[in-house]
Ligand binder design. Sequence first.
Ligand SMILES: NC(=O)c1ccc[n+]([C@@H]2O[C@H](COP(=O)([O-])OP(=O)(O)OC[C@H]3O[C@@H](n4cnc5c(N)ncnc54)[C@H](OP(=O)(O)O)[C@@H]3O)[C@@H](O)[C@H]2O)c1
Length: 322
Amino acid sequence: MKAAVTEKAGPPSVIKVRDVPVPEAKEGWVLIRIRVFGLNRSELFTRQGDSPGVQFPRIQGIECVGEVENDPSGELSKGQKVAALMGEMGRAFDGGYAEYTLVPQQIVFPFKSSLSWKILGAIPEMYQTVSGSLHQALEVRKGETLLIRGGTSSIGVTSCQLAKQLGLTVISTTRNPAKENLLKQNGAAHVVIDDGSVRDQVRAIYPQGVDKVLELIGTRTLKDSLKCIKPKGMVCMTGILGGEWTMKEFTPFGDIPSLGRLTVYMGESENLTKESLQDFVNAVENEEITLRIDRTFKLEDIVQAHEYMESNQATGKLVVLT
Ligand SMILES: NC(=O)c1ccc[n+]([C@@H]2O[C@H](COP(=O)([O-])OP(=O)(O)OC[C@H]3O[C@@H](n4cnc5c(N)ncnc54)[C@H](OP(=O)(O)O)[C@@H]3O)[C@@H](O)[C@H]2O)c1
């Protein structure tokens, strides 16, 4: 089979497309014929050598969508459409950047759909992150206000649509004024241009502050996001687009407003259920949700795909067809 092997930590060129043996099926694991996979920023960090414990060479890819080739347990029949994600896929064992992958049964999610592979490829990790952040971390409720910091990211765009569908009012941010219309068309009631501080602009719209903040830029803007919430409001840091893992100074008495709540979301396959994934696939199929796919690549073009992801130009999900 063809696979994109990350030979060592480094720039995108360390990924080489090679012929390697198809993994052999074994009990407790499912062999998947991969049709498509989404690209993720965590894969960029792993490629750069920033994922402790990942040994190279490694076939990366924390998610994939395809069909069952062989499930020794007999539970899933050959040809069943499935998604697989997380559970150390593409990190502790080979992952989705290939024509086939062998993954533990518990991270495999069967579904039915007539959507194109391209669209399906954008769903698993993005949906897991969006629904986990909104439902499990932020516990969003109809009628609430939600600030999405990093609104043009693929997670930001889908979060806005899902939140709007749930009856929330969304303020979305971008650093780039040229993307304002895109965010409005995507369902944001207000767009705020983020120059590192949005507190005053948000308070000009909602003087009491917002109920919830989905923080996708990370530690760089976290303190400012905490200044945007109402008493008992909540900030969930799900992303690290700003590229800084550690905060230089953090003073809980002061940086967190009194009664304010701060949490993080670090999604895993356990955060997803087969039923909720199927519901989301159906919502996309019924055009209740429109997924934004920025660009589609072929497996052979994985180096260009990583270069593009690293250039921060994308507004939507990047997917790779095998
Ligand atoms: N916690 C979890 O379980 C989990 C799971 C998946 C992803 N994530 C994280 O969620 C975040 C979003 O992922 P994604 O794949 O949706 O991202 P993406 O689509 O690649 O995001 C691209 C957007 O990020 C913004 N951006 C890039 N660099 C930035 C910077 N230095 N400061 C501010 N904005 C910047 C740009 O927006 P503008 O130019 O419009 O400002 C750009 O349009 C990432 O940090 C990712 O690691 C977390």
